[in-house]
Ligand binder design. Structure first.
Ligand SMILES: [Zn+2]
Length: 200
């Protein structure tokens, strides 16, 4: 088993072989983990929530669901959920422009930048930022279609475990979102915290 620690606001890209288990843990709880996955032999084939939810008929990933690529091929199975189902597949990865929309001045770390720099450390240039699966992120679609983000209540030690269906490169970002926006709580009020990734 290989254990990786991702510092608060940081990112990690790691190779995962077919049949391996990939576990993401929020030790402090309530830390959004943006998750991306690519076919190891073709980086143009990436995990796609839009193609997944039409097959699983759920806008949340659930135990037993298979996460599909944009070519509708199975990339990973969700085999354990130690976070009570508190996940999101709709919010785009945060980026500099998102923080500027909130009137933040100056550069701000983001999941998009974490993806680019983590993949660059493996020698890969990323031109498109795919829609991530946002584990440990609390979004709710209300009956009238309204999308809300209530406080994140994933407990300390919350985790998910995935099983790789093909050789992959998996990327996890500790979402740097730290703005105090009423009604849009992504992380714990104390700010972003670390994540742990285990590959076994
Ligand atoms: Zn983010």
């Amino acid at each position: 088993m290989t254990k990786h620690e991702i510092p608060a606001r940081g990112g990690l890209a790691v190779a995962v072989e077919r049949g391996q288990r990939f576990r993401i843990i929020t030790p402090a709880g309530a830390q959004a983990a943006d998750f991306f996955a690519y076919a190891a032999d073709n980086l143009r084939e990436w995990l796609s929530p839009m193609h997944t939810w039409v097959a699983t008929r759920s806008v949340k990933p659930r135990v037993g669901d298979t996460l599909l690529s944009r070519f509708r091929r199975p990339l990973l199975d969700l085999v354990e959920d130690g976070a009570g189902g508190m996940h999101d597949m709709m919010i785009a990865a945060c980026d500099q422009a998102r923080y500027e929309q909130f009137d933040f001045e100056g550069p701000h770390g983001s999941c998009s930048e974490n993806l680019r720099s983590a993949m660059a450390r493996l020698g890969h240039a990323i031109e498109v930022v795919p829609q991530p699966v946002n584990f440990f992120t609390n979004t709710v679609v209300e009956p009238d279609g309204k999308l809300i983000s209530p406080p994140n209540t994933v407990p300390p030690g919350g985790y998910v475990e995935l099983a790789a269906r093909m050789d992959l490169i998996c990327v996890v970002s500790s979402c740097p979102f730290d703005l105090q926006i009423f009604g849009w709580t992504i992380n714990a009020p104390g700010g972003p915290t670390e994540l742990v990734v285990e590959v076994k």
